[in-house]
Write a protein of this length. Structure first.
Length: 388
């Protein structure tokens, strides 16, 4: 994921966005959209799908009704960063599980800034085209949408598997949830850097001068959250000492940073670890992910439904699916991401690329919804050390 500034940097303040959204939210709500009742009449007499086999009573009727409506809607529009490697098996599993073979799924893998810009444009123009939005490292973005009444309050039955998840990742049950998470961790080639990394302090080794990279805190919300979290366990003097090693700030997304390590341009890259497994396999270079003893910040990939979306029934089915054990297992296996659900297990061969669970991640608690002044203070502190 490239470190593209969120629209807030260019004037999308929470206050101005909410002010702009006032009339737009009312107009969208008046149009119906995803506020339509799930129990509205629909012929479910001929609805059959694998997902229904384990359901009974009202829940079976509810899901069958959504499937009938989804067949009528015929499409789903989904935008998100991160899960490119998972999208094809996820879409296929969703269509098969709900017996929607003809469903047209529009998937766009966008950078974080592109996602937020797209949503802002659709919402403020009152032309909602996106059904489901996914984003990592930007809980304040979802909070702003919720406050503007532009996130559908849909309480998926799958949310019962996420109780207590807010200790590790951003989640507001009914509005958005994080089925998987990634971390910024040190990545290196063990044949090049034989010393290994057991602590964040190992990055202060003078042999790493000019050969280490750090996430782009000045321009990335997720990197800023990571910095704020690390400051809970590392003193300011640590980062002042790190400066002596002349780290390269914001070299690119996780794929770029990992490739730079593979090619020897960097010895260690502190980056999101979910691309390391695939990059290592593709390039044939052994790569390791370090888990510093002081811990790290979990960066939840969150998903929600936009109010007034064009395909509300399909969006709700997809929300149920993307939070399900089946979907999370796919994302964990394809992305080497940390599962937030306790009933999903990390394959043994991937466990050294990402924490197998939030507990195994030694997650550092951090307030993801800190006010803008607090966030800016952390950004200013980082820029004061490393420059902008």
């Amino acid at each position: 994921m490239a470190h593209t500034p969120l629209p807030g940097r260019a004037g999308w303040s929470r206050r101005s966005f909410l002010a702009t959204m006032g009339a737009a939210a009312l107009t969208v709500a008046a149009c119906g959209g995803s506020g339509e009742s799930e129990s509205a009449a629909a012929d479910i007499s001929g609805v059959q799908a694998p997902v229904l086999d384990s359901l009974t009573g009202d829940e079976r009727t509810r899901v069958a009704t959504l499937i009938a409506k989804a067949r009528s809607e015929g499409a789903l529009n989904w935008i998100t960063p991160i899960i490119t490697d998972s999208k094809d098996p996820l879409i296929e599993a969703f269509k098969q599980r709900h017996n929607l073979p003809g469903l047209q799924v529009s998937f766009e893998n966008l950078q974080t800034g592109q996602v937020t810009s797209r949503v802002q444009s659709e919402v403020t123009s009152r032309q909602i085209k996106t059904d489901v939005v996914g984003l990592n490292g930007s809980p304040s973005f979802f909070k702003t949408l919720k406050d503007a009444e532009m996130l559908e309050n849909y309480r998926s039955p799958q949310l019962t598997a996420y109780q207590g998840a807010d200790k590790f990742v951003s989640i507001d049950p009914g509005y958005w949830a994080s089925p998987i998470a990634v971390q910024y961790l040190p990545v290196y080639n063990p044949k090049v850097w034989t010393t290994g990394v057991g602590s964040w302090y190992d990055l202060l080794d003078p042999r790493l001068k000019g050969k280490i990279s750090w996430p782009g805190v000045p321009s990335s919300e997720s990197a800023l959250l990571m910095y704020r979290g690390l400051r809970e366990v590392l003193p300011l003097s640590y980062f002042q000492s790190l400066k002596n090693n002349a780290p390269r700030i914001g070299v690119g997304n996780s794929t770029v940073a990992t490739q730079m390590v593979s090619q020897g341009e960097l010895t260690i890259a502190v980056t999101q670890s979910h691309t390391v497994h695939n990059t290592s396999q593709q390039l044939g270079v052994p790569l390791e992910v370090a888990f510093p003893k002081e811990g790290a910040v979990l960066d939840g990939w969150s998903v929600g439904i936009l109010t007034g979306c064009p395909h509300p029934a399909t969006a709700k089915l997809f929300m149920d699916f993307i939070l399900s054990e089946n979907a999370v297992q796919i994302m964990v296996e394809k992305q080497a991401a940390t599962p937030v659900r306790d009933d999903v297990k990390m394959p043994a061969e991937l466990a050294h690329f990402a924490p197998a669970s939030p507990g195994a991640a030694h997650a550092i608690p951090v307030d993801p919804l800190a006010d803008r002044k607090t966030m800016q203070a952390s950004r200013d502190e980082f820029v004061g050390i490393f420059g902008g």
